[in-house]
Design a protein around this ligand. Structure first.
Ligand SMILES: Cc1ncc(COP(=O)(O)OP(=O)(O)O)c(N)n1
Ligand SMILES: Cc1ncsc1CCOP(=O)(O)O
Ligand SMILES: [Mg+2]
Length: 223
């Protein structure tokens, strides 16, 4: 653990992790983020990616607006992939995958900001841990509509396997997670759920986040 947050604090932040970009939203993205924060989102990732994604000044403006909303809510703001953007705007952290930059290099670049790394195998999880990751993103757990180049669906078995093999880093499940699936993801060993479409496409964003939060709490208490 190399960030300014303890592992326990990181586990709390991961509970209801909103991942969002303009491409994912039916409504204005900042409004969706504000609704999610009002519902109790505990961490927000700016992932401006996919067909029609914003670039340049409009992308920067959106990132800043989401970051401000997060700051006002006291929720950390993470940037996906783009280390330069994260450093330029002073984000709280970055999330990188296996095909992005090397985790150890990113750790050096970002100092004690939060570093999230995607892992699909126990070996990748061990390497990410050694290289200074603060948390792991594990998935896709279920089929997803939000990532064209996603790995094969892994099921909750991968979370169980990681825990069984001694991976202790804070961990979040991602990919196709809906309120109904939260319990299985948490009871197999994840600290939280990272969600795009079940929230960004919801008719009532705030209520959906509240529901997911409740499910995470219930599952982690064994209810
Ligand atoms: C929390 C979380 N987990 C996994 C990912 C996926 O990252 P990556 O594999 O680099 O894929 P892209 O999101 O960059 O397409 C994530 N973004 N967040
Ligand atoms: C970014 C990412 N990484 C693995 S699956 C995924 C997409 C998750 O989106 P959704 O919650 O809509 O399935
Ligand atoms: Mg990536």
């Amino acid at each position: 653990m190399s960030s300014r947050f303890s592992a326990e604090q990181m586990r709390q932040y991961l509970r209801m992790y909103l991942v969002i970009g303009s491409v994912n939203c039916r409504e204005e993205p900042v409004r969706v983020v504000k609704e999610a924060l009002a519902g109790g989102a505990t961490l927000v990732q700016f992932r401006e990616k996919g067909p029609g994604a914003l670039t340049g000044a409009p992308m920067l403006e959106l990132a800043l607006q989401i970051q401000v909303a997060c700051r006002l809510a006291g929720v950390p703001f993470i940037v996906n992939d783009d280390i330069d953007l994260a450093l330029t705007i002073g984000a709280d952290g970055v999330h990188i995958g296996q095909d992005d930059a090397l985790a150890s290099v990113v750790r050096y670049q970002i100092g004690d900001r939060i570093l999230g790394v995607s892992a699909h195998t126990v070996e990748e999880a061990k390497i990410a841990t050694r290289q200074g990751a603060d948390y792991l993103g594990i998935g896709p757990i279920y089929p997803t509509i939000s990532k064209d180049d996603a790995h094969a669906v892994q099921g909750t078995g991968i979370i169980q396997e990681m825990r069984k093999q001694g991976i202790e880093l804070p961990m979040v499940g991602i990919g196709g997670i809906t309120p109904e699936r939260v319990s299985d993801v948490i009871t197999t060993g994840a600290d939280g759920v990272a969600v795009i479409s079940a929230i960004t496409q919801a008719t009532n964003v705030r209520k959906t986040v509240e529901l997911i939060n409740r499910k995470v709490n219930q599952a982690s208490m064994g209810v």
